[in-house]
Design a protein around this ligand. Structure first.
Ligand code: CP3
Length: 341
């Protein structure tokens, strides 16, 4: 099986060392802000791209080539496992599920996909990308955290505060816990399969954890996330725990087995450094809207993050996904500045 070299900057920083250059990648780096992506998207739907391993590999590689990034993240979506769990899915462009999951019977009906049979395009994408990727660039796979997946399964589409999800957590605790358990059971084999297909790390995305209290997150959600992170490590890859709302969940995150904690922008990186014990590495945490600021402001913000992080155990990134109408030139500036400091 192919892998990045042990001295790849991403791997060195993630394992607690000092890399030859500060590794940089951009959350949601493949996508609509890139003209080369829009050209492919004009001819295919998002789901067609995800299900065509050669096209998905090409889209994965586009930002890595253009910006010289230190990690590639598979072009797919955290909801791609939902149809083989038994619920049809469409993107409009935001996800819309054909059914919701709100009762014990709904949970019991969810199937556990067989990754090589049911999620073959995702694994083939990983194999194609790894074969084409320079050896000093890490390949990252990803899955949704059980809580963030539950948000979509319970509500069927996006929501601001995920009220129905939080309501179920408190009103039907046994159903909620069974759902997170079932999602975890469905995703553990995928995590293992992603690593076997060549991923050097697996990032678990808890994009909507910011709506939860620290108490509910730590007791009801983090233990499920932990099983996915542990599965990545057991398969021989790095575990990366992304939590949007990291400041309020920093204690639970610090207790996780992940080597890398990926954090949003709401607190300075120095604040996280003070609270998260070595050797954990930090990934982050530029506010994505800073890419619309003037160049001097943008460069100063990147420098401040790098200064707070210091030279080791830091992977530069945004604190959440890049926005669709960003000028690609802003990404060039970010990469250039992060590598200078
Ligand atoms: O380069 C990359 O980052 C790889 C691709 C990637 C996608 N989705 C492709 C995508 C990744 C890492 C994701 C993860 C994802 N998907 C998350 C976690 C990260 C985050 O932003 O918090 C979430 C919450 C989703 C669910 C999802 N998929 C939403 C909310 C949307 C619509 C809004 C949006 O951000 O685009 C999608 C659709 C989606 N996923 C697109 C892409 C490129 C847009 C589809 C299109 O081209 O029309």
């Amino acid at each position: 099986m192919m892998r990045a070299r042990a001295d790849a900057p991403y791997l060195v920083a993630a394992r607690g060392g000092r890399p030859s250059r500060r590794p940089v990648w951009i959350l949601r780096q493949a996508g609509r802000y890139l003209p080369e992506y829009r050209a492919m998207r004009a001819r295919h739907t998002f789901l067609q791209l995800c299900n065509d391993a050669e096209a998905a590999a090409e889209v994965t590689l586009q930002p890595v080539r253009r910006f010289g990034l230190d990690a590639a993240i598979l072009f797919t979506d955290l909801l791609i496992p939902v149809p083989p769990m038994g619920i049809d899915l469409d993107f409009d462009p935001a996800p819309v599920l054909a059914r919701t999951v709100r009762s014990r019977a709904d949970v019991a009906a969810l199937r556990v996909p067989d990754p090589e049979r049911d999620l073959r395009p995702m694994l083939d994408t990983a194999r194609h990308v790894r074969a084409a990727l320079p050896q000093d660039v890490a390949l990252l796979g990803f899955v949704g955290a059980p809580f963030t997946m539950a948000c979509y399964l319970i509500e069927g589409r996006g929501s601001k505060q995920w009220d129905l999800t939080r309501r179920l957590l408190h009103a039907e605790p046994a159903t909620f816990d069974a759902l997170l358990d079932r999602i975890t059971e469905a995703l553990v084999p995928l995590v293992t399969a992603l690593v076997r297909a060549g991923c050097d790390g697996v990032q678990v995305f808890d994009s909507w954890a910011s709506v939860l209290s620290a108490h509910d997150y730590a007791r009801r959600c983090a233990p499920h996330t932990e099983r996915l992170l542990a599965a990545a490590r057991a398969a021989g890859a790095l575990a990366i725990d992304y939590v949007n709302g990291a400041a309020q969940h920093v204690e639970a995150m610090s207790r996780s087995c992940a080597e890398v904690l990926a954090v949003d922008w709401r607190r300075d990186l120095g604040w996280f450094r003070e609270r998260i014990p070595s050797p954990k590495a930090l990934q982050g945490n530029l506010d994505p809207t800073l890419l619309f600021a003037d160049e001097a402001t943008l460069r100063a913000a990147v420098r401040a993050i790098c200064a707070a992080a210091g030279p080791d155990r830091h992977i530069f990134n945004l604190g959440h996904g890049i926005l669709p109408d960003v000028d690609p030139r802003a990404v060039e500036i970010v990469v250039d500045e992060a590598r200078r400091t």
